[in-house]
Every structure is written in structure tokens, then in C-alpha cells.
Design a protein around this ligand. Structure first.
Ligand code: GLA
Length: 733
């Protein structure tokens, strides 16, 4: 018999979601209050004994009409808090009603258990292959006065330490309401002294790991730039102070959404923790008429009892297996050469051909034509929105150049920035109203460009048709979808004044709609995401784009930090990483070519330089790296990642990737600074089969799996900063 994943104690009204790894428990308490009991390591049977202590606390009030002073919604750990219910925590939801009030009082109504997982229409989400791999609990809370119903959706997978959560608000009342805030989840922890881990950053400095003690108060980690942003990735982990890469509890929350987000962590007056994750309530105001419903995006909640590394592995397999849908998700990702840092805007067909020729000789598999091939774009001041080929650069048409690339045996990729418009464009001349702007105000430029009003169907249709014309030639194998500014001048021309608070979210829904249409129409094109590097690197985009350009900072040493932070949540196959020139064009750092290759091989390898200008030695290095990468990419792109050492805390960065059958292992070690008296260091591997023997493919030395894990190997002692070494071990028995 298939084991049930959700059990309900009807009498005590306790819901238990469980698999072999985790349990999630909730119950209905006094006053119909949905109480959070537990999320963590699996418990077999919960006997209902964890009753929240009844304490009379000053200034934490009680249930309406009740004289019981020892029960307060202000202290009880809950599943979903709203404004106006005698709970002073940051509410998960705020709803403005016809009478001007925003008070709700949610009480338990009923529940439903469904096999599998309902689709979230129009939104990216984790999916199921068949209904037996997951079950979903839907607990409905109601507000009797307004007739609003809140369906809290919880899905548990059979084999994953993951709960997904989202909320659907249904207006079954008679009056319209305004949703001013609807978080996708709330979770309250009692008696845990957690620290937060977040991934803040900036353009060319994305996703740097930040770990902090939590003080009393409300801490918000958020974006209101219209995208998930470089500045704060939509991710949060809560860890014990003693949690490390391989030990201790780690709770990870990743938001499957690419727009404004907000993670609120509140340590309250009695040191309980309250966490909300959802669409940012900044400038959010959604009209919900009688009979309408609103579905929030989804949050992936991961629990690990073996530190951050296990948390990351759980996210990696979930995002790869059950968020990505592209037919390329399991395919070996091609080695790319991209002309951006090679030529910037200064190119034409004749200048590009020698790069293609060189790429062919070096074994590179795809040529990506970056920005500047369309309209009359010679710099970043014009042509966004005009997706027709720039005749001056391609006098015989784009197809002619694509044919040339294909004849050399390479695939052909093309850059687009579909969400943008330049003043200096035909699109603007024809449709000035497509540009997102507030009537009567001059919109602010950023990189000399403006946003399209993507919430409007007509605007999306125009861009879809323009792109389709080019893509239906059948000559494009890959798209790099860029987005080089954030939203401002928020206004949707199709909406009335009192609904402008819907604009940010409608923009994201419009973006998803456009991506979905393109995915459906051109399933054979590999889509790579980008937003000035990794400005929209989130689980939502993974649903449409199985890989994303990690950062505009291509310096190998900066990339150690960026890629480590990225790998907390996102799998290696999702990170594109290119070798570029030294001194690096973003930070001027000089690094060995070998190191640049080894660091780029952490993700999907490519080259972002002019191959025709390489020294003989560097050219040899590219050929060697390409050959090597083809041997190992199945493992590096899809294997299990172990972060062994971090450059944040040591003079080295080391990561290991291992094939699922434990047959092959890639180990890379980068040393940061050289020293006159170098310390002797070792690297110990993890996750190998201790009973098998592994041969180093380079030196042919043989080691026991247990030797590599317990004794380790000495790191090379070399002169010079930023030296790196890569090892490839294969099991021989
Ligand atoms: C962004 C991308 C770059 C490049 C440029 C082109 O910055 O991240 O890789 O495509 O745009 O304008």
C-alpha cells in the first residue's frame, strides 16, 4: 500500500504532512485559530501533546467575546496572521473593505486533501510528474463578515525534504475588497535562536552570502525594483548559530516569483520568530470583486538536518527536476562563445566570422550574437523594441550569418531585450503609449532605456510577433533574454486610477505570459535568462529559462563569491559562467587563464572574449579546457555539489561535484593569496563510496574513497596569487 503523506486527526484537528525526511504539523486551536506546531525532521506519530502554554500576558489581548485571558492570538504560533485580529505581528495579509476598515478575523472552516499538486495558472510553480509523488492539503480559513476565504495550500512530495506553500484568496462575499498585502506563507517558530542567511548584492556583485544574528524587531529583505533583483535575491535561510555546511539545522525559503518580493523576519517581545514571504506590499493594491479569486505565487520551504550543503542539494534537485520544464533541462549545456566582451557594439558580419572560425577550431559549440544586431543600434541609446536586423552590420540578412555559423558546425544564439523600448526607435514612433510612464510626468531613463507596459496584452502581442518572425526562420538555437534596467514610473495605461496598485504584479504576469507563449511556440530553442547579469536569477525564471547568466562580473575571483552564494539555492546547470580577458574588464584583476577556466567550469562554460586575439598559450588553454569540459560536464552540470571550503572564511575555495552513482568526482581548489611562507593545506573530499578505489585521471594515482575522505590530499604549493587546480577521479572497481 502506498504510504499516505498527509494524515488528519479529526478529533483533535491536527494535520500532519510527512514523508521519510520531514514532518509539518498544524492544528486548530481556540477560536478556530490555525496554529503552527512544527516543521522539521520527521516524527512518526504526533500524539497532540505540544499544547502552547497558556500565559496571561499584559498587552496581548484575547479572543473577541472571551474572558480567557491566557489565550492570545498575539502569542500563539500561527499559520496565517491578518490585520485587526489582536495579533501585533507583521500581518501576512491586509485587506481593505468597503467600510474603510482592514480588520479580518480568520477562522478555520474546512480542509481538503488532493493527490498531486494543483497548477497555479499563469504563475511558475513546482509541478508533479504523476499524482502519486505528492499530496496537497488545502486548509480554508474564512472571515465571516466579508465572506473572504483564504485557501492555504501545502504540498508535500514523497521523496523530498520540501513543503511548497501558496495562498488563494476567494471573495465569496457581496462587496469588492482591496488586497493590500497577501503573503504566500507565514511560519512562526518558538524557542529557536536562529540566524538569517540572505543573498544581497548589486549589479556585478550578486548573491553574496550574508549571515546575521536576529535582534528583536522587524527585519525585511526585499525588492521593490519590479524584478527579483541583484540587490536582494528572493531567498532566506534560518539556521542555528552552530549550523555549518555539513552540520546543523537549516530552513531555506525560496520564492518562485520574479518581481517585487518581501521576506519579513520578526523577533517578537517573547523571542518568538515570525516569518512572512510573499509579493512585496509596497505599491500593491489588488481589487478583488465578489466572485473573484487571487492566487499568490509559491514558496519552496526546505528543511535540512545536515547543514547548508544538504539544504542546497534539496533545492538543486527540486528546481532542476520539478521547476524547470525546458526540454533542455537534462541536456548537456553547449559551450558558448559570446561576442559581447569581444566586440561590444562594434561589429559586423565580417568581423564576427573569424571569431566563429576560431570557435570551430577550438571545439566551441555555439556562437551567441549579443546586443547590437537589430534596429540601428551602434550604442545603447537606440532601437530597443525594433527587433529587425541592422542591415549595416548584416547586409545579407541575419539568416545569412546564421547559416555561416551553422556551416561551421556551431549552433547560433541571439540576444533580445524584449521588455524594453528606446525613445529612438520605430516602436516608440508608432506606439509611444507602449512606454510605461505616469501621465503628465517625464519617465526616468536607466541605461538610456525605458520599460514596455508589459501588463498590456497588445504590447506583449507586438513583441511576440516581432520575435516570432525572427525565430520562425528555424535558424536560432538559443535566446539570451536580457533586461537591463529596473521598473520605475509605475503605471498601466489600461487600468483605472484606483487599480494602479496592480501594475507591478501585472507586469510580472505579463512577462510570464510572454515567456509561456514563446516557450510553447518555440520549444526547440534553449532560453537563457539575464538581467544585467544575475538581476533576475530566481526560481520563477527557472520555470521558463533553464539557465541564467550569473553576473556581469566575469572575474574568476569575484565569481567564487557570486557562484557560492548562487549555489545556496540554484543548481550548477542553471548558472552560466564565462572565461573573459585578464586584466578583467569589470575590476581590473589579473588571474591565470587556468583559474578562469576552472571557475567557469563550476557552471555552464563559455567564453566571453575575442578568440582571434588570444596568445598562442591562451589559445592552447582554451582548446584544453574545452576538451576537458566535454569529458566532465555531465558531472559538473548535473552532479551533487559539495562546497568544501569557502573563500569567505579561508584562503581557499574548494568545491566538489560527484556523479549520482559515485563513479566520478570533480574537485576544484582555488587558492586566494600566495605567501612567502605558505601554509600546507589539505582538502578532504566527501560523499564518496568509502569501499571503492578512485584513480586521479591526470596523475593516475589510486586512492581509496575512505582515504580521500579521511586523509584528504595535499593542495599544491605554488607561487602566485589565485592559482587553481582541478582533479578528476574515477572509480576503478
Ligand atoms: C547585459 C548583459 C551582458 C550583455 C549586455 C548587452 O549587461 O548582462 O551580458 O548582454 O547586457 O547590452
Amino acid at each position: 500500500m502506498v504510504e499516505k503523506l498527509i494524515t488528519v486527526d479529526q478529533k483533535k484537528k491536527i494535520f500532519h504532512l510527512h514523508n521519510s525526511k520531514i514532518s509539518y504539523l498544524l492544528s486548530v486551536e481556540d477560536g478556530g485559530t490555525l496554529c503552527h506546531l512544527y516543521f522539521g525532521k520527521r516524527v512518526n506519530d504526533y500524539h497532540g501533546q505540544l499544547r502552547y502554554p497558556r500565559v496571561d500576558r499584559g498587552f496581548s489581548g484575547n479572543l473577541p467575546g472571551s474572558l480567557e485571558r491566557r489565550f492570545s492570538r498575539d502569542t500563539l504560533p500561527k499559520e496565517y496572521s491578518t490585520a485587526g485580529e489582536m495579533d501585533y505581528h507583521t500581518p501576512a495579509a491586509i485587506v481593505r473593505q468597503k467600510d474603510g476598515s482592514n480588520a479580518l478575523f480568520l477562522t478555520y472552516k474546512d480542509y481538503q486533501i488532493v493527490d498531486g499538486k494543483p497548477d497555479l495558472k499563469g504563475l511558475p510553480h513546482a509541478w508533479v510528474k504523476n499524482n502519486s509523488e505528492a499530496q496537497t492539503l488545502i486548509v480554508t480559513l474564512e472571515d465571516k463578515k466579508t465572506g473572504l476565504l483564504f485557501d492555504l495550500l501545502y504540498t508535500i512530495y514523497r521523496d523530498r525534504a520540501v513543503i511548497t506553500r501558496s495562498v488563494k484568496v476567494r471573495n465569496e462575499g457581496k462587496e469588492p475588497v482591496k488586497l493590500e498585502k497577501v503573503a504566500s506563507m507565514q511560519i512562526d517558530f518558538v524557542g529557536r535562536d536562529f540566524e538569517t542567511i540572505t543573498l544581497p548584492g548589486a549589479h556585478a556583485h550578486e548573491r553574496t552570502i550574508d549571515r546575521n544574528h536576529i535582534n528583536q524587531g522587524i527585519h525585511a529583505y526585499q525588492s521593490h525594483r519590479g524584478t527579483s533583483s541583484h540587490q536582494m535575491n528572493p531567498f532566506l535561510a534560518l539556521v542555528d548559530p552552530e549550523t555549518t555546511e555539513f552540520n546543523g539545522d537549516a530552513y531555506g525559503f525560496a520564492f518562485v516569483y520574479s518581481g517585487n518580493h518581501k521576506f519579513e523576519v520578526e523577533k517578537d517581545q517573547i523571542e518568538q520568530l515570525h516569518v512572512n514571504v510573499g509579493i512585496n506590499d509596497f505599491d500593491f493594491n489588488w481589487q478583488l470583486k465578489a466572485g473573484q479569486s487571487f492566487q499568490t505565487p509559491e514558496v519552496l520551504m526546505v528543511y535540512s538536518d545536515h547543514g547548508l550543503n544538504q539544504m542546497s542539494q534539496t533545492f538543486h534537485s527540486l528546481i532542476h527536476d520539478r521547476i524547470m520544464r525546458s526540454k533542455f533541462k537534462d541536456s548537456l549545456r553547449p559551450i558558448v562563445v559570446n561576442n559581447w566582451e569581444a566586440t561590444y557594439f562594434d561589429f559586423d558580419e565580417e568581423k564576427l566570422k573569424p571569431i566563429v572560425d576560431e570557435a570551430k577550431k577550438l571545439g566551441i559549440e555555439m556562437f551567441v550574437l549579443d546586443d547590437g544586431w537589430f534596429g540601428h543600434r551602434d550604442d545603447d541609446n537606440s532601437s530597443l523594441g525594433d527587433w529587425q536586423v541592422f542591415d549595416k552590420k548584416f547586409p545579407q540578412g541575419l539568416g545569412h550569418f546564421a547559416d555561416y555559423v551553422h556551416e561551421q558546425g556551431l549552433k547560433f544564439g541571439l540576444w533580445f531585450e524584449p521588455e524594453m523600448i528606446s525613445y529612438n526607435s520605430n516602436l516608440y514612433k508608432e506606439h509611444p503609449d507602449y512606454l510605461m510612464q505616469v501621465p503628465g510626468r517625464q519617465p526616468s531613463p536607466s541605461r538610456n532605456q525605458y520599460l514596455l507596459d508589459l501588463g498590456r496584452k497588445e504590447v506583449r502581442q507586438n513583441i511576440f510577433e516581432q520575435m516570432s518572425k525572427i525565430l520562425s526562420s528555424g535558424k536560432i538555437d538559443y535566446i539570451k533574454w536580457d533586461m537591463n534596467r529596473h521598473l520605475s514610473d509605475i503605471y498601466e495605461a489600461d487600468l483605472p486610477a484606483d487599480r494602479q496598485g496592480e501594475t507591478y504584479h501585472r507586469y510580472v504576469l505579463g512577462l510570464y505570459d510572454l515567456l509561456e507563449k514563446l516557450d510553447q511556440a518555440f520549444p526547440d530553442i534553449l532560453l537563457e535568462g539575464c538581467s544585467g547579469g544575475g538581476g533576475r536569477f530566481d526560481a520563477g525564471m527557472a520555470y521558463y529559462e533553464p539557465q541564467i547568466w550569473c553576473s556581469d562580473d566575469s572575474d574568476a575571483i569575484d565569481r567564487l563569491f557570486i557562484q557560492e552564494g548562487t549555489s545556496l539555492v540554484y543548481p550548477q546547470s542553471m548558472m552560466t559562467s564565462h572565461v573573459s580577458v585578464s586584466p578583467n574588464e569589470q575590476n581590473g584583476r589579473i588571474t591565470p587563464f587556468k583559474t578562469r577556466g576552472i571557475v567557469a567550469m563550476w557552471g555552464d562554460l563559455g567564453y566571453e572574449l575575442d578568440l582571434t586575439k588570444l596568445s598562442h598559450e591562451d589559445r592552447e588553454s582554451v582548446a584544453k579546457q574545452v576538451k576537458e569540459y566535454k569529458k566532465i560536464r555531465q558531472i559538473t552540470q548535473f552532479g551533487k555539489l559539495y562546497r568544501l571550503k569557502s573563500a569567505r572564511t579561508s584562503n581557499q575555495c574548494a568545491w566538489e561535484v560527484i556523479s549520482p552513482d559515485q563513479n566520478e568526482v570533480i574537485l576544484s581548489v582555488v587558492k586566494m593569496m600566495a605567501s612567502g611562507q605558505p601554509a600546507i593545506t589539505k582538502t578532504k573530499l566527501v560523499g564518496l563510496d568509502e569501499n571503492r578505489h578512485y584513480e586521479d585521471q591526470d596523475s593516475h594515482l589510486v586512492y581509496g574513497g575512505d582515504e580521500l575522505m579521511n586523509l584528504g590530499i595535499y593542495d599544491p604549493v605554488e607561487q602566485g596569487d589565485f592559482k587553481a587546480q582541478m582533479y578528476h577521479f574515477k572509480a576503478i572497481d
